[in-house]
Write a protein that binds this ligand. Structure first.
Ligand SMILES: [Fe+2]
Length: 380
């Protein structure tokens, strides 16, 4: 239909006024949130959704991480900084320090006999030993020395200091709920550790170094003669979970059918309250038997997958990541994921961090699986 000259003038005027309005909306820090066709310039919903999504991504330990970890240890000395961590930044979330939307993973090398001063923060963290047998973390007066595969908790607001008490360099990874806590505007740090009003570089031990294992190491048996509220409470009172125990549990059950979507998976739990060790994130160790391939799983939870043993593939939305020990793969929520052990003889062991308990707490956890026949089934 042809328009009259008057209508054409009106449309031109409207286009100019629209452009001016969008300019004003932007200048005055507002966002135009109304439905638009996909082909128009201001398809803002699409832009918003595309701009802030974590993407599936892999950091290779050998290729990407190890050379830079070694170099940073050489160039950034203890005198330069109390911390020396490489945080994995998801390209989809840049510049936000986040590996998936709620969590981040960081790697760190500690030189022999290097112990950083204590600090505390409202973000909770775990550390997982990768190399070296004498990684060190002091947590609220429990001095923990740990090695490959051992998991150490530093719950929110607990004073902790990291380091290495061995004669060889030690590398470990951390997972923090930092992006979630930052989103909730609850992030705080403190660095001045004091005992009796005096600044201290190291915490004085107040518990035996085997306290966690001694009090909680017998599954199903809870001592009634100690206070289980450690630190500010609300987290597991066990500050170290040894690899040996969880590895042995997996080994003992390697002939069990397992779960078709997750192979053999074991969750780290709080022995007093039950459930995950933190309210903000949870952790698993998973075995894939030689040749095992999981069925596709899609969930609203985001995962950080870090292999500890073996080689295989993590397939996320059709993209194949070949993994080796100590890599990290970001698996954003709502991605289809499959895991493959490509070896016919060796098991794969994966350390996995997840925000599933946060989603569950808000009624937002959904899990779907694909059957061997390709049918999509709701799991949770
Ligand atoms: Fe810390």
């Amino acid at each position: 239909m042809t328009s009259t000259v008057a209508e054409q003038v009106m449309q031109t005027g409207r286009a100019e006024e629209l452009a001016a309005m969008y300019e004003q909306i932007n200048t005055k820090n507002m966002f135009p949130f109304w439905a638009k066709r996909a082909d128009v310039e201001h398809d803002d919903i699409k832009q918003l959704m595309e701009g802030v999504k974590a993407i599936p991504f892999q950091w290779s330990f050998k290729r990407d991480l190890e050379p830079l970890i070694q170099q940073s240890a050489r160039l950034i000395t203890h005198a330069d900084s109390d911390r020396r961590s490489l945080v994995l930044v998801n390209p989809g979330l840049k510049p936000k320090r986040a590996t998936v939307s709620t969590l981040y993973t960081a790697y760190r090398l500690n030189d022999p006999n290097e112990v950083m001063p204590p600090h505390r923060h409202t973000a909770s963290a775990i550390r997982l030993g990768l190399t070296g047998q004498q990684n060190f973390t002091g947590v609220e007066g429990e001095d923990i020395v740990f090695g490959h595969g051992d998991l150490v908790l530093t719950p929110r607001d607990t004073w902790h200091n990291h380091g290495n008490v061995g004669s060889e360099p030690a590398i470990n990874l951390s997972v923090l709920d930092y992006p979630l806590v930052e989103t909730l505007n609850a992030l705080q740090f403190e660095h001045d550790y004091k005992e009796d009003g005096q600044l201290k570089k190291k915490q004085t031990a107040r518990f035996s170094s085997d306290y966690s294992a001694r009090m909680y190491g017998s599954g199903g048996l809870t001592p009634r003669f100690i206070d289980h509220r450690r630190g500010v409470g609300g987290s597991s009172p066990v500050y170290v979970y040894r690899y040996e125990a969880i590895r042995e549990l997996l080994e003992r059950n390697k002939d069990w059918d397992g779960n078709p979507y997750e192979g053999l998976q074991v969750e780290y739990t709080d022995p007093v309250r039950g459930g995950p060790v933190y309210k903000t994130m949870t952790f698993f160790m998973q075995m894939l038997r030689p040749g095992e391939r999981t069925l596709p799983l899609k969930q609203t939870a985001s995962l950080l997958v870090s292999p500890l043993e073996g080689k295989g593939q993590c397939i996320v939305d059709g993209q194949t990541f070949d993994f080796e020990p100590f890599d990290t793969i970001a698996v954003p929520g709502n991605s289809w994921m499959e895991l493959v052990n490509t070896s016919a003889t060796e098991p794969v062991i994966l350390f996995i961090a997840s925000d599933e308990n946060v989603l569950d707490a808000f009624g937002l956890l959904q899990r779907f699986g694909k059957t061997a026949g390709g049918e999509v089934v709701r799991l949770v």
